[in-house]
Design a protein around this ligand. Sequence first.
Ligand SMILES: Nc1nc2c(ncn2[C@@H]2O[C@H](COP(=O)(O)OP(=O)(O)OP(=O)(O)O)[C@@H](O)[C@H]2O)c(=O)[nH]1
Ligand SMILES: [Mg+2]
Ligand SMILES: [Zn+2]
Length: 349
Amino acid sequence: MADLDLHRLGWSAIFQQQLTLEDLEHSQPARVAGVTRTAIKLFSQQGEHLISLGGRWFQMDAEFRPCVGDWVLIDLDATVIERVLDRKSLIKRLRPTKDSEVQLIAANLDTMFLVSSCNDDFNLSRAERYLALAYETDIHVVVVLTKADLVDDPEEYAAQMRTLRSGLDVELVNALDSTTLDGVRAWCGPGQTVGLLGSSGVGKSTLVNSLMGTQVQLTKTIREEDGKGRHTTTDRSLHMLPEGGFLLDSPGMRELQIADAQSGVAEMFDDIENLIRMCRFSDCGHNTEPGCAVIKALENGQLDERRLSNYFKLQREERYNSETIAQRHARARNFGKMVRQHKPKKPRV
Ligand SMILES: Nc1nc2c(ncn2[C@@H]2O[C@H](COP(=O)(O)OP(=O)(O)OP(=O)(O)O)[C@@H](O)[C@H]2O)c(=O)[nH]1
Ligand SMILES: [Mg+2]
Ligand SMILES: [Zn+2]
C-alpha cells in the first residue's frame, strides 16, 4: 500500500493534541484495524502492520487495551505498541459471560449504523438500547433497516423507528442491492468511521460488501440460514472504503448490557424525564399519585407503556452495571496498592 494520508484514516486534532515532541520524533500514529488474541492489525501512513501484543497489556483492564478503531502510537519500525491515545468515542458493554468485565466494541466511531432487519429481528426496545449507548458518547446514529425487499410495507417499519426520537435518521435498504444504498453511503467517506452494530443475521456484512463493492466479509449462505444462533462474523474489523474512510463490521450481539451510560439513557428518554419533572411530587412513584404527569401522558396516549417500562429497565440496568464496574475497578486498585506495599525495599547502601 502506498503512503496513506492520516486524515483519510480518521486522524484529527483531538489525537494530534495528545502527542509530545518526543512522540513526534520517536513514534508514529496507527489505527487499529483488528484485534486477535495475541496480535493487532494496524494501518499507519506506511500501510498495514501486524504487531504482537506484549504481556504487559494483559495485566491491564480491558478498557485500557487497544480496541478496533483505536489510535495508538507505535515505534518507527512498527514492532511495538507504545500507548493508546484517548478516544473521542467508545462503545462498550458488559461482557455477557464473564463476571462484570467490560468488553470494548468500537473506538472512535463517527457514526453508528444500527442495523436491524424489517422482519424477524425488528425490536424497538432493543433499538433504544443501542441509541442510548451512542448518545452517551456523541456518536451520530443512523438506523439502517435491511430486508426492505422482503416485507410488504417497509415504510411502516421506518415510521415505527422514527417514533423513538424526533429527527432520528432511518434508512430502508436491500443490503444486497447497491442501488438502494445512496442514503447510507452519504454517511461514509474520507476520514469518517462508521460502525455497523446489530443482531446476527441482519445483514451487516452484506452491507459492508455492497458498500465496498467487493466481497471482503463472509456472509451467511442460504444453506446455513436455518442454523439459528450461528454467528457468521466472529471478529471486529475495519475496512477501508475505496473513496476513503472506514466501515467497522462486528459479530452480531445477542445481548447488549449497558453500563456507564447514564447521560445516554437520559438523552434517549428526555421526553419521559421532562414529564417526571412535571409530576406534582418530587418523589412521585408514577403509580397512583395525584398530579403524576407520567400517568397522565400514558392515559392520553402521548406515551406508551412499552417505552416507559423500557426506560425504567434500562435505568435500573445501567445503575446496577455501573456500580459493579466501579467496584471491580476499586478492587483492582486496592490489589495494585497491596502489591506495591509488599515489594521488597531496596537495601540501603
Ligand atoms: N433479501 C435480503 N437478504 C438480505 C439482506 N441483507 C442481508 N440479507 C441476507 O441475510 C443473510 C445474513 O446476512 P449477513 O450479512 O451474513 O448478516 P450479519 O448481520 O453480518 O450476521 P453476523 O455476521 O452473524 O452478525 C444473508 O443470507 C444475506 O444474503 C437484504 O437486505 N435483503
Ligand atoms: Mg456478519
Ligand atoms: Zn409521576
